[in-house]
Design a protein around this ligand. Sequence first.
Ligand code: THU
Length: 137
Amino acid sequence: MMTTTNLRPLADQAAKQAYAPYSRLHVGAALRSRNGSTYSGCNVENGSLSLGSCAERSAISAAVLAEGPEFRLDAIAISAFDRNGQPMQVPPCGACRQVLKEFGADAIVGFLGGDGSWTEVGVESLLPHGFVLPEDL
Ligand code: THU
């Protein structure tokens, strides 16, 4: 059974690397690829605020760099901590949902849910009707 439980400590670790001086929300993501390898990412903000990048997409970039275009996503865990190191809920943002789905339509996504418990859901339930580029453009 595919799970994100063992990815969670890696996501926690990645969050410690975050560059988030503006929001002070430190986000980490750790994913497992279909071949069993793991990759991490953290959020990287910028003084030009809209240029910041999310932890999930940073992890996807690391995976593609390592495995190339054949990379497929099996599972990803996301962690976030506030300025005091308190765990925060962070369901993936809409843009990240679109990117996760591109690499794993059946992937499992784990995050701290609104009720404070670790939540695991399929990408499809996070982003039904995601955008797909038409082939006949
Ligand atoms: N953030 C992520 O890294 N992932 C998400 O899914 C949501 C938001 C980051 C972006 C920004 O640096 C900070 O959290 C506050 O929005």
